[in-house]
Design a protein around this ligand. Structure first.
Ligand code: GCW
Length: 736
């Protein structure tokens, strides 16, 4: 963490305040964030009475492990919010909560409505105030037990948010089939790009010891509709495919199953070779093909509902079909063939940029995959990062979305904030995810949003999905900060409904995580919605990207130019010199614009469009060029860097003003992190302005403060122990 005397005073003051207030409210220590948004705190007053009248008992018509999980959740939620255990009953009375499927009782369909249930599909639900055997009840109806679980979480959420429960009429169903968290966790419990402690998956003690935390993880996922988990890093180790580890995975699968969560594994493309069980990894080699089929059979014997595999191939040193001069489709289809008989799917990542390729990095994956449209097996999803570069604070959406109508395309976003300040910076990613989902690809004219590409409605796909690179670790608050929990929550909500409103999602999260106090909800939601633009401003404004430090990606490094691969260097992306700045991706440059639909290309070619969000991503401009804002490029750049810092300052004082409304422990943590964020935002601003000033040689406009230190000071900052470094895999020796 960068050292800044002024803010150290802020932190010292905060620390004293925290110690005093925590001492005063000993019981508040429970607020360590472990409960996440499933804080079933007592409901008071009229809201309590209203809820209690509609939660007199729980009657479940079925008795599967999923139903039992739903009943247990209802019971602990109601006990927490309304006091007094309810437990399960067989007698329906006024105020009962009845859970059932039409196969468990025909009255379910009669009450919930056949049409509603039909629309609910396999995972949807209906929560409805109705009468049952002459009693006023709340019915949770679904076609499958997992729908009942989701319905139970929805009812509890409504109670947590003190929503009226009198005439409930809620019916909902997920828009995507696969809603998956990808854990980049390694066998030694380190996490690539992890900022919240170690991996929660204690494979060493599996299968014998099942940490209760696994169940709480599954509850959290199910509460926002997440139905898939990939336990291990895409920079994969093949140890997970050995019999001993398959047994460990099977034990975890058994914990996840009652919560409707399927388990998946990241696999090395050449696992059979890596394990020394075949002579080659060539996907045409009958021995390799047979190996994968046998391996899949072995896994499905242990885990009958195993989800499938995730593969990072031909990327950052990972093996892949290119090693055998084959296409990504040829490589993927071989492995997919082994999964198909078991109903398994293969998520094949499109994150490819070649070791030796002078082509603009952001065009490479498009060029590699677009020609393969329609060649992937039906159980393959091509998993595409939101942008064509790499999870930057803002990127234009990846041009592959909508460009492969005969391919199942899946979105990959990053919850762990590798490039957005790790777990310290408060950056609400719901706004970023939604911006991506609402991006119009114009693949089939206006309205061809990414949401419609990935939900299959645009091109008639039924195998659909969205993956999030998890931010979960062993930290007590799971995510490294209280506000990083909101990103896990928002991911689940938006994977369930990509049309979801990020503001509403933020508000729901604040009310479930903190309180329903309007004097708290409004300012906190406002703070969250400003946070995403702030990080873009103080790190990479105007479409800049990839100007961070090397390896750990912590802090600014726009001056870096000495790395072995050109596209690893920040200078490769900003092209700043005495004349100007920006990457020319128009027809006069790398022509990356041509990868987008004409309507999109026209908009991105317009240097006045989109509030200049993608200006320097697609254009190289002179420092003195005037922009639609009325400022020159240079003045706009320095203005936005400064604006980012003042936004964070505003967020911190807004939070400070809420001290009396938030428990000391979470208040202090967030206040301290906001202090760090201010310091680091200032550091980013000053370092980048110092560097770009050394290129532009232009004076700062009035009101723009000079950087605190000379450029050399910023260039000298080194952080050897910044967290999240990718662990070099001993077999492949890759680290950057
Ligand atoms: O974001 C980059 C990270 C790598 C990661 C890679 C990927 C798992 O720096 O750590 O590797 O992307 O997405 O595969």
């Amino acid at each position: 963490m960068i050292f800044r005397p002024v803010l150290t005073v802020r932190c010292a003051l905060l620390a004293i305040m925290a110690v005093v207030s925590v001492a005063q409210a000993a019981d508040a220590l429970a607020e360590d964030g472990y409960q996440l948004w499933l804080r079933y705190t007592p409901v008071a007053g009229a809201a309590r009475d209203a809820a209690a009248a509609r939660a007199t008992g729980i009657v479940a018509l079925g008795d599967s492990p999923v139903v039992r999980a739903a009943v247990a959740e209802l019971d602990s939620g109601l006990t927490g919010m309304l006091g007094g255990a309810r437990g399960r009953s067989t007698v329906v009375a006024d105020g009962s909560i009845v859970l059932g499927t039409p196969t468990q009782s025909p009255e379910v369909a009669a009450r919930a409505g056949a049409l509603r249930l039909a629309a609910a599909g396999a995972e949807g639900f209906v929560v409805q105030s109705t009468r049952w055997q002459g009693h006023a009840v709340t019915l949770i109806a679904a076609n499958r037990d997992v729908g009942l679980l989701y319905g139970a979480f929805r009812l509890l959420a409504l109670m947590q948010r003190h929503e009226p429960l009198t005439t409930l009429d809620v019916h909902d169903a997920p828009h995507l089939k696969l809603r998956v968290l990808d854990h980049w966790d390694n066998p030694d419990r380190s996490i690539e790009r992890g900022y919240a402690g170690q991996s929660i998956w204690d494979f060493w003690r599996l299968p014998g010891y099942l940490d209760p935390r696994y169940t709480d993880y599954a509850r959290a996922d199910a509460s926002v509709g997440i139905n898939g988990v990939v336990f291990n890093n895409v920079s994969a180790s093949s140890v997970y495919l050995t019999p001993r580890w398959i047994a460990k995975v099977a034990a975890l699968a058994a914990v996840m199953r009652p919560y409707g969560i399927r388990v998946y594994l990241s696999v090395l493309f050449n696992s059979s070779l890596d394990l020394g069980e075949t002579k080659s990894g060539d996907p045409r080699d009958p021995a390799v093909i047979a190996w994968w089929h046998a391996k899949a059979d072995e896994i499905y014997r242990a885990i009958p509902d195993f989800g499938g595999f995730l593969v990072k191939a031909d990327s950052e040193g990972q093996p892949g079909p290119r090693d055998y001069h084959l296409t990504q489709a040829q490589g993927a289809n071989m492995i997919a063939g082994a999964l198909a008989p078991h109903g398994g799917v293969l998520m094949w990542r499109a994150f490819i940029y070649a070791t030796q390729d002078a082509q603009d990095r952001v065009r490479q994956a498009y060029r590699e995959f677009k020609p393969l449209d329609g060649q992937f097996a039906p159980n393959v999803l091509v998993q595409i990062k939101n942008g064509p570069l790499d999870f930057q604070p803002r990127e234009p959406v990846h041009p592959l979305f909508g460009a492969m109508p005969r391919t199942n395309e899946m979105l990959e976003v990053q919850l762990t904030k590798e490039y957005l300040g790790f777990s310290t910076h408060l950056v609400y990613l719901g706004a970023l995810f939604s911006e991506v989902l609402q991006w119009d690809t114009f693949a089939h004219g206006a309205g061809s949003t990414v949401a419609h590409v990935i939900d299959g409605s645009l091109d008639g796909h039924t195998l659909t999905g969205m993956a999030g690179v998890s931010n979960v670790g062993t930290d007590r608050d799971w995510a490294g900060s209280i506000f990083d929990q909101a990103d896990w929550y928002a991911f689940g909500r938006l994977a369930w409904d990509p049309e979801g409103d990020p503001k509403q999602i933020a508000s729901d999260w604040v009310r479930m995580t903190f309180s329903n106090d309007p004097a708290l909800v409004a300012p906190v939601v406002n703070m969250m919605l400003r946070s995403r633009e702030a990080v873009v401003d103080y790190m990479t404004p105007l479409g800049l990207a990839h100007i961070m430090a090397t390896g750990h990606h912590y802090g600014p490094g726009p001056w870096i130019s000495n790395l072995s691969r050109p596209e690893w260097n920040p200078v490769y992306y900003h092209h700043a010199d005495a004349n100007g700045i920006g990457f020319d991706r128009t027809a006069t440059g790398s022509d990356a614009l041509a990868d987008y639909a004409p309507e999109v290309a026209r908009r991105l070619a317009d240097t006045t469009a989109d509030d200049l969000k993608y200006l320097l991503w697609f254009h190289h401009l002179r420092w003195s060029d005037h922009l639609v804002s009325g400022r020159t490029v240079w003045d706009e750049l320095t203005f936005r860097y400064s604006r980012g810092v003042s936004t964070v300052r505003g967020m911190a004082s807004s939070w400070d003003s809420l001290k009396s409304r938030i428990d000391p422990q979470r208040f202090y943590e967030t206040a301290a992190f906001l202090g760090e964020q201010q310091a680091e935002a200032q550091w980013w601003r000053d370092a980048c302005i110092a560097y770009f000033a050394s290129q532009s040689k232009l004076p700062l406009a009035a009101g723009i403060a000079a950087p605190e230190h000379p450029l050399a000071w910023y260039e000298e900052q080194v952080y050897r122990y910044a967290p999240g470094r990718s662990q070099p895999d001993p077999d492949h020796g890759v680290a950057h």
